[in-house]
Design a binder for this molecule. Structure first.
Ligand SMILES: Cc1cc2nc3c(=O)[nH]c(=O)nc-3n(C[C@H](O)[C@H](O)[C@H](O)COP(=O)(O)O)c2cc1C
Length: 379
């Protein structure tokens, strides 16, 4: 059996394979509520055989959303529609996770196809979407042309920590199997732990302990509200790829500390900090971030997830087989082919007769295959 299709156990959760749907914002929610778009988008990946399906970044507070279209879990009324989605995904034998997020100074941003620039009066006119004030560890803006965020006070920080805990409780009620905290790509927690972005001189800044305190306290707050048998993941930017920025050694140290707060797995992405720095130097290529997952896995002695530019089944399989990571997460390739996991199972000779497909699809595809073979037209 190819390693990619070996089951994986993490706390009380059993995954049928190692293929995960990486969080992908759809910018399609209204006031944080999921709708039919999210149901259709996420369900495709369960039908497509992925072991674990993550939602997109889901705001723990309305003001912590990145865009007006983000999903949210800051109110009990968000639970019902998400529950419809988790129920269906689980009925197909896949597990389902939610990515909990706070955008910090990156909040109040336009959707990508509206420019990925700050929301302003034009959006109010065109879409009835108004800007709102963002906050972060610093008053440094996210980028040129962005407003200065409010420097968060002790009480703002405590509100965010409590909000992650409350959202975790709602995530449990909504039927999610796993939580991933979005602590990467210039979102709030990354803004705090990166030395380039955190210029505070209170207990939430300064040295490594100060800068990582928010991530650790968020983990503890979630664990207070999230069942013991359900796993908790953190997505980190394992390096800023910038001089004087966050490094892979910092990530190993953070992973160890997160583990002591009840975090089970580290999803290793990178970059995305924003700010007045040169473009990060990414060594982009197939599975280019898997080496970061490998370093954290070895250094912190805990499971990891590899993500980024993984699209060939053979490459995904090697990442697992070679012990670089325990899970792989795919995003864009799954948009292109939501049945990627099922096709990968066929390519890796794990499923040669469509037996892993839902019978309503697989029965027909297998029958067609046999007919084509008989006619000398199939493989
Ligand atoms: C449409 C889209 C939306 C995304 N939204 C999120 C998100 O909400 N949270 C997140 O952590 N990453 C997000 N990402 C990044 C992906 O999860 C993934 O890390 C990245 O696309 C690299 O993987 P890939 O090469 O398989 O696409 C998004 C990517 C895409 C393409």
């Amino acid at each position: 059996m190819a390693a990619l299709f070996e089951p994986f156990q993490i706390r009380g959760l059993s995954l049928k394979n190692r293929v995960c749907v990486s969080p992908m914002s759809q910018y399609a929610a209204t006031d944080g509520y999921a709708n039919d778009w999210h149901f259709a988008h996420l369900s495709r990946f369960a039908l497509g055989g992925c072991g674990l399906v993550f939602t997109e970044a889901t705001g723990v507070l309305a003001e912590g959303r990145r865009t007006h279209g983000d999903l949210g879990l800051w109110h009990d009324s968000h639970i019902a529609e998400l529950q419809r989605i988790t129920t269906f995904i689980k009925s197909q034998g896949s597990a389902v996770g939610v990515q909990l997020a706070h955008a910090g100074r990156k909040a109040s941003e336009r959707r990508p196809w509206h420019g990925e620039t700050p929301v302003d009066a034009e959006d109010s006119q065109l879409r009835n979407e108004n800007p709102w004030p963002a906050m972060g560890p610093t008053t440094q803006p996210y980028g040129d042309g962005w407003p200065s965020p409010k420097m968060m006070t002790e009480s703002d920080i405590q509100t965010v920590i409590a909000a992650f805990g409350s959202a975790a409780k709602r995530a449990d009620e909504a039927g999610f199997d796993m939580i991933e905290v979005y602590a990467a790509h210039g979102f709030l927690l990354h803004q705090f732990y990166s030395p380039l972005n955190n210029d505070r001189d209170d207990r939430w800044g300064g040295d490594f302990e100060g800068r990582t305190k928010l991530a650790l306290d968020v983990a503890s707050s979630i664990r207070e509200h999230w069942p013991d048998d359900k796993p908790l993941s953190f997505r980190i930017s394992a390096t800023d790829w910038l001089d004087d920025g966050w490094t892979i050694e910092d990530s190993v140290r953070l992973a160890r500390a997160l583990k002591s707060r009840g975090v089970d797995i580290i999803d290793c992405s990178s970059g995305g900090l924003g700010g007045p720095y040169p473009a990060p130097r990414f060594p982009i290529g197939p599975a280019f971030q898997a080496e970061l997952a490998a370093a954290v896995r070895e250094g912190a002695d805990m499971p990891t997830m590899a993500v980024g530019f993984i699209w060939q089944p053979e490459v995904a399989n090697v990442v697992i087989e070679s012990g670089q990571a325990d899970l792989v997460a795919l995003a864009r390739e799954l948009l292109s082919d939501p049945n990627w996991a099922l096709h990968a199972a066929s390519k890796l000779d794990v499923d040669t007769n469509f037996s892993m497909w839902a019978p309503a699809f697989g029965w027909w595809l297998n029958k067609r295959k046999r007919v084509l073979q008989k006619l000398g037209l199939g493989e």
